[in-house]
Design a protein around this ligand. Structure first.
Ligand code: HEC
Ligand code: HEC
Ligand code: HEC
Length: 473
């Protein structure tokens, strides 16, 4: 679905790709067969070995867990802890995944689609029957740090424990203290629906072998305090990599390509390495801070889709210092080029006078320019330059906009189909969704007109791609 114009694939490359894919499927099947044999043997011969490995860790957590929990009585130290926990829960964006219905925050039920099936998030309110009311602090630490549930079952990595493992015991327990203060909601989410063999939780032992390193963040004494804070947040609670780092065939993160961008559920979470052309190397620290706090940097980017949610639920609540640290850290990671010849936000010119050109002509075929003027120009102006310049809540210019200048038109088509919705302290931002009014060929025509006129003319979509994107959310 991603059209990458810098890497045109000849037919034999496509055949090779198909072969490689078949090879990967074969490898995956072989891997699971070997895994199944290994675990069957392990279960039969030495179940005690595994438990022995796990016990001391759990025990250690239980020990240091007892102090902060004891402090969390109704004293002011307790309420400080709860406030800190609320802040950290926001940094970790727990609410985003654990809320399906806004009236039932943290009660779970959100289906997460993965290539292996659908995983439904659990209820993490303190309800004793359907939530985590009966969990001990040690259970909670083990889930966050090791991806293991209350009964010792392996949790799926759709829960970002691969990142949360880096979070200090103290911070995890502050989150725990905050979650304990939530209203218990009695609600049992539907069961996850994964295909065999992925419905076998023990297989995550092997996923972990390839993709997971248990352990807390280790500060780098050669770096500044801000850098270390940024690295701690980005790699831990804020789990930016879950969307911005590409995945390997087991759906683990490709650590050699950290932050170089990935497509998930139709949205391209762009390359955010400091590469000048492919990433955000030309953004200032202040611009990154504004983006994460408000979702809009005029002349560069506006946040839509999953990133709008991240800003709405999480990063806008972070202090200036914390977001500043994130920016400092992000600007220090190794730049990775995707082959782009200029930055996403450096494309486009105002439209020539399409309005006059179209006046009085009868157009029968689906026409991008005409559809743009009919549907988009009231807000973005027919020149594409927007209305309201850089005021908060302005209708942004489509020229020098990262979604319009990207090397694929995914996000632009997604924005047209699904709209933009973002709530921040400054303003509520809303662009209507056009998915219900416009057909796939109309959306494709507007998309291709907008990239040609205001953005990267090499980025196009087909009607089939739009049909696929329409089903993603
Ligand atoms: C990206 C989505 C996502 C985010 C963000 C997320 N979770 Fe989860 N969480 C999940 C999923 C999915 C599961 C269920 C995994 C499974 O079924 O194996 C889960 C499971 C859990 C569990 C285990 C509950 C149980 O009943 O087994 C706990 C505890 C938990 N999450 C706490 C948190 C906390 C605290 C945060 C924020 C710091 C958080 N989660 C953020 C997706 C998420
Ligand atoms: C749930 C997935 C998700 C998570 C988590 C996430 N992002 Fe994003 N991010 C996206 C998507 C999708 C876009 C593209 C949004 C658009 O086109 O409007 C994006 C865009 C961005 C951009 C703008 C790039 C550009 O050129 O427009 C920056 C900067 C960014 N993210 C930084 C971060 C940081 C820092 C974090 C962690 C604090 C993070 N993101 C976490 C999905 C995510
Ligand atoms: C009612 C006003 C309105 C209409 C009509 C409208 N938009 Fe928007 N558009 C907005 C607002 C508001 C935003 C978000 C501004 C922000 O992020 O601060 C936006 C954002 C965008 C973005 C930036 C998204 C990103 O991720 O960077 C693009 C591209 C866009 N619109 C294209 C279109 C196209 C194409 C049409 C016609 C199909 C259209 N808009 C119609 C108001 C509108």
């Amino acid at each position: 679905m991603t059209k990458n114009t810098s890497r045109v694939q000849p037919a034999n490359a496509l055949v090779q790709n198909a072969r490689r894919r078949r090879f990967r499927v074969a490898t995956l099947a072989a891997l699971f067969s070997v895994s199944a044999l290994y675990v069957a043997w392990h279960e039969a011969h030495g179940p005690a070995t595994q438990r022995n490995d796990e016990l001391p860790i759990t025990q250690a957590h239980a020990d240091d867990a007892s102090q902060p929990a004891a402090a969390a009585t109704s004293t002011s130290a307790g309420s400080d802890l709860v406030k800190r926990g609320e802040y950290l829960a926001r940094a970790g964006d727990c609410v985003a995944c654990h809320t399906a219905n806004k009236a039932r925050p943290f009660a779970g039920g959100l289906p997460i689609n993965t290539p292996f099936g659908t995983i439904v998030t659990p209820n993490i309110t303190p309800d004793p029957d359907t939530g985590i009311g009966q969990w001990t602090d040690a259970d909670f630490l083990r889930a966050m740090h090791e991806g293991i549930g209350k009964s010792g079952e392996r949790l799926y990595p759709a829960f970002p424990y691969a990142e949360y493992t880096k979070v200090t015991d103290q911070d995890v327990l502050a989150i725990r203290a905050y979650l304990k203060t939530l209203t218990p909601i009695h609600y049992a989410p539907p069961r996850s629906d994964l295909k065999f063999p992925f419905n076998q939780r023990w297989l995550m032992v092997f996923w972990n072998m390839f993709n997971f390193t248990e352990g807390r963040f280790v500060p780098d004494p050669k770096q500044s305090a801000e850098w270390n804070r940024g690295a701690y947040l980005v790699g831990g609670l804020a789990h930016c990599e879950e969307c911005h780092t590409p995945r390997n065939f087991t759906q683990g993160l490709k650590t050699s390509s950290r932050f170089s961008g990935a497509v998930q559920a139709g949205w391209h979470a762009y390359n955010i390495t400091p590469d000048k052309n492919s990433g955000v190397g030309n953004w200032s620290d202040d611009q990154l801070v504004s983006y994460l706090s408000t979702g809009a940097v005029p002349g560069r980017a506006n946040a839509a889709g999953p990133m709008a949610d991240v800003i709405t639920d999480s990063t806008q609540y972070l202090t200036r210092e914390d977001v500043g640290s994130i920016a400092i850290y992000l600007h220090s990671v190794p730049p990775i080029s995707g082959g782009e010849s200029r930055p996403r936000d450096q494309w486009g010119n105002p439209a020539a006078d399409d309005v006059t050109a179209l006046r009085g002509t009868t157009i029968n075929a689906v026409n991008g320019a005409q559809l743009f003027i009919a549907n988009c120009a009231t807000c973005h102006s027919w020149t594409g330059q927007g209305v309201g310049a850089s005021a908060p809540g302005a209708y942004p210019s489509l020229i020098h906009n990262s979604a319009v200048g990207a090397s694929d038109a995914n996000n632009l088509a997604m924005v047209i189909l699904h709209g933009v919705s973002r709530t921040t302290k400054q303003t509520d931002v809303l662009m209507p969704a056009f998915g219900t009014h416009l057909t796939d060929d109309q959306v494709a025509a507007i998309t291709n007109y907008v990239t040609k006129q205001f953005g990267n003319p090499q980025s196009t979509v087909t009607v089939d791609q739009v049909a696929k994107l329409r089903t993603q959310q």
